[in-house]
Design a binder for this molecule. Sequence first.
Ligand SMILES: Nc1nc2c(ncn2[C@@H]2O[C@H](COP(=O)(O)OP(=O)(O)OP(=O)(O)O)[C@@H](O)[C@H]2O)c(=O)[nH]1
Ligand SMILES: [Mg+2]
Length: 380
Amino acid sequence: MIIKKYKANSMNEAITRIKYELGSEAVIISQRKIRKKGILGFFSKKILEVTAAVDNKKREDNVNYGIRTIKKIVNAGMKDDLSSGEKSAGTGNFYENNITRKNNEELIKEVQQMKGMLNKMMNSPYGNIGKSELQLKLESSDLNDKVIKKILSSINIMEDDRKDEEKLKEVVQNMIKVDKKKLAHVAVLVGPTGVGKTTTIAKLAGRLALMEKKKIGLITIDTYRIGAVEQLRTYADIMNIPFKVVFTIKDMEKATEDMKNCDTILIDTTGRNSKNKMQISELRAFIDKVKTDNIHLVISCTTKDRDVDAIVNGYKQLNYNNIIITKLDETCTYGSILNILQSAKKPISFVTTGQNVPEDIKTMSSEELTKLVLGEDIVC
Ligand SMILES: Nc1nc2c(ncn2[C@@H]2O[C@H](COP(=O)(O)OP(=O)(O)OP(=O)(O)O)[C@@H](O)[C@H]2O)c(=O)[nH]1
Ligand SMILES: [Mg+2]
């Protein structure tokens, strides 16, 4: 038994000190008013003298109880899913269970706060501080912030126990849609200047005419650029396939009509600035005449990320259905493939991997493209 006297100005003050020093099990044995000792004692204000006591054993039990409870909470926090506070509250007495549950709830709150802080740090503008390994890997593949955010949040909501790397592959693969359909009777290639439209048409024509022995016809409406017609005519002559140059919208229908016995007619167009709505509208007038739903937007994978959205949106009025990504041989990181596909929200039909006609063109599966995007494979 511990017995102690406390001098205080009020009972409240005395109880606070007793609880602090002896614990909540302490009991008050007596109280009386006294004057302070000393020369001025007789004239001084009266104060309270409170005597309190606590059973040694009970106090020790209290301490042990506290240690036990904390241990339980910590163990429960480490072993159990923190969100199921119920599980750890299944043993012990009612009071103990309630405390454990209450403390679990506090722990959950704290963990959630920490998660929030971590998320904020991951989005912090201060370099790499707080970025996960996964985020750094995605950034090193040149994926843009929007795509990285989408990937990370898809991984975050996956509840299985697989490694992040495996989840990452699945998420990226699901984001890449591939169009494996054969080219339609009429296929049109559109896109900005110099991305490789004419070269890609020549490659497709070569593949279909020479390797698959299909009847192919070539049409160009690119009468704008000097040498454009000759560029395609040369290929048509070498492959011995029909070739037509269309100057007016009226000629368009006749040209395709004349080639109706071909399995596939490939139409090459003038490279246009996606910001110039007039030029795109002009192009649309030609394309509308051929009534096809096989329009491919050609973009180079070396296109600056900031320009991708402008191109994808600028060409939207042509209602393209597929994306062809060119010049994969000119880069070492392939995040732009996913950036382009996510921006356009259309499936990819072909990729081109060099200047050689007709070899450097392929269809790639979403699995193969995922490997490129994640830096697990390279082109050439
Ligand atoms: N490295 C590389 N170069 C390519 C590829 N495809 C095309 N090129 C080159 O890109 C340049 C432009 O190709 P074109 O086919 O003329 O491009 P275009 O889109 O028709 O250009 P415009 O008609 O002017 O709009 C040429 O030098 C091609 O050889 C490719 O996959 N890889
Ligand atoms: Mg061209």
